[in-house]
Design a protein around this ligand. Structure first.
Ligand SMILES: Nc1ncnc2c1ncn2[C@@H]1O[C@H](COP(=O)(O)OP(=O)(O)OP(=O)(O)O)[C@@H](O)[C@H]1O
Ligand SMILES: [Mg+2]
Length: 243
């Protein structure tokens, strides 16, 4: 199984939610493959299935149909314990809300996943990650002593600490002002240059342009975006025209 070069491989992926007697087809026949070291964005309107897709890639949820391979491992046959192992070892999540523990310092928040993975690391290792996200000297601070952008950098550092195969970021700049959005975008870009594979869900053209490769979700279907500027231009036109 291991040997293909894809970090993520999805085939014929479908997700149906049931709400009472209603069926919601949140994903429809999604096929997607991501090589190691890729940096891609996923665009699409609210409710089109972006978070559903990320949750399935991140093993937080299971598909209704189709297969998911992470690092060449078919996760379909895994029980909950197996999924937890994949999440701990292979996936780093970053969300719009930072989900930091307020009573813990920056350093403790970053090191938190190590408690669960039982991975032993040196103090220097954590220091390096703190440096990598641009928070040198802030390790002892509590989240309430940080700006929103700094809190998101802590959340990104926490996502890196287990050296995941892939970072999944769901609208990571959605809660930030312009300046901090740019800082976080640059941080993702520098992490990609260091070799991290990153998928970012975004509504922002700057983020999509930075990733270089964009996909669009539309009513549960995923397709490649050939021209990012055209995609956003068409989006603006359809909003103005209310179509
Ligand atoms: N747990 C759930 N139960 C039932 N329906 C759900 C559930 N989660 C999502 N959905 C539905 O699935 C569809 C896709 O939702 P999803 O959250 O993936 O969209 P999204 O593209 O991330 O939207 P947004 O941009 O608003 O975050 C929507 O119709 C949503 O209402
Ligand atoms: Mg979402």
């Amino acid at each position: 199984m291991i040997g293909n070069n894809s970090v993520v491989k999805l085939e014929g992926l479908g997700k149906v939610y049931k709400r009472g007697s209603e069926e919601i087809h949140a994903l429809k026949d999604v096929n997607f493959s991501l090589p190691k070291g890729a940096f891609v964005s996923i665009l699409g309107p609210s409710g089109s299935g972006k978070t559903t897709l990320l949750n399935i890639i991140g093993c937080l949820d299971r598909p209704s149909t189709g297969t998911v391979e992470i690092d060449g491992e078919d996760i379909g046959g895994l029980d909950e314990k197996g999924l937890v192992r994949i999440r701990r070892e292979k996936i780093g999540f970053v969300f719009q809300q930072f989900y930091l523990l307020p009573g813990m310092s920056v350093r403790e928040n970053i090191a938190l996943p190590l408690l669960f993975s039982k991975k032993k690391v040196s103090d220097k290792y954590i220091e390096n990650i703190i440096d990598m996200v641009g928070l040198t000297g802030r390790g002892k601070h509590k989240p309430n002593q940080l700006s929103g952008g700094e809190m998101q950098r802590v959340a990104i550092a926490r996502a890196l600490v287990n050296e995941p195969s892939i970072i999944l970021a769901d609208e990571p700049t959605g809660n930030l002002d312009l300046r901090n959005r740019e800082i976080i975008l640059e941080l993702f870009s520098s992490l990609n240059q260091r070799g991290f594979t990153i998928i970012v869900v975004t509504h922002e053209i700057k983020v999509a342009e930075k990733t270089g490769t964009a996909f669009a979700m539309s009513d549960g279907a995923l397709s490649a975006v050939n021209n990012i500027a055209d995609y956003f231009c068409n989006l603006a036109v359809s909003r103005v025209m209310h179509i």
